[in-house]
Design a protein around this ligand. Structure first.
Ligand code: AP5
Length: 211
């Protein structure tokens, strides 16, 4: 099962890919998480990426495509994977198509008016789990249910940066939907619904894919 979860910033890609990864025992590969790991390590690549991420801009293809290729060589990807946040431009989709044929690209469409609140009230755990102060709070405030680590707010989760990220999404990322529609692998889910409803819809789609 080789799938990509698609959608604007705050659509719920990370939340759903983690749930699906646990259910189907395949890795969830988040390009944002891979880049943030480089930032935490303080590498040259991480420093370059942070500047762009804080501005809500895309990191160059030359960086992200190499990182994805390396990650997909992990033996845990042999039985499939879920991509979260890749591809984000036609150029990325074109290169990916040369070395991986995706079985499904699932678009979570969400109205812009919900996205800003989803992002500005998001709290993250270093382990990758996303919480929301209102819609998906942790059991103990400020602490991850899964690993007990302290939650933090992402530097790019300000309203100002979210607006820039939404603009980048609509100009550079949204056109990728047409790329996959033409290949017949695009599936749509109403991402305005609850986390549980979306998970249910996703599982129905994944169960219906040819084995
Ligand atoms: P990335 O980390 O991928 O950010 P993003 O795509 O902007 O998406 P988010 O992580 O903000 O949202 P999400 O859809 O995962 O939502 P989540 O599940 O957390 O990328 C960050 C940056 O890295 C980019 O801006 C770019 O600079 C760079 N980058 C990444 N990939 C790249 C690429 N391929 N090429 C170039 N650059 C790249 O949910 C959001 C919140 O809502 C959470 O609080 C959650 O609890 C809550 N929530 C989730 N679902 C629901 C629901 N159904 N109802 C109510 N609340 C919900």
């Amino acid at each position: 099962m080789k799938i990509a979860l698609f959608g604007p910033p705050g659509a719920g890609k990370g939340t759903q890919s983690k749930l699906i990864s646990e259910k189907f025992s395949i890795p969830s590969i988040s390009m944002g998480d891979l880049l943030r790991a480089e930032v935490r390590k303080g590498t040259a690549l991480g420093k370059e990426a942070k500047t762009l991420m804080d501005e809500g801009q895309l990191v160059p293809d030359s960086v992200v495509i190499g990182m994805l290729r390396d990650r997909l060589q992990g033996s845990d990807c042999d039985g499939g994977f879920i991509l979260d946040g890749f591809p984000r431009a036609i150029s990325q989709a074109t290169v990916l198509d040369e070395f991986v044929k995706l079985d499904a690209v699932i678009n979570l469409s969400v109205d812009d008016r919900f996205l800003i609140q989803r992002i500005t009230d998001r709290r993250m755990c270093p382990c990758g789990t996303a919480y929301h102060l209102v819609f998906n709070p942790p059991i103990r405030p400020g602490v991850c249910d899964d690993c007990g680590e302290k939650l933090y707010q992402r530097d790019d989760d300000t309203e100002e940066t979210v607006l820039k990220r939404l603009k980048v999404y609509s100009e550079q990322t949204k056109p990728v939907l047409e790329f996959y529609r033409k290949r017949g692998v695009l599936r749509e889910i109403d991402g305005n619904k609850s986390i549980a409803c979306i998970r249910h819809a996703l599982i129905e789609i994944l169960d219906s894919l040819p084995q």
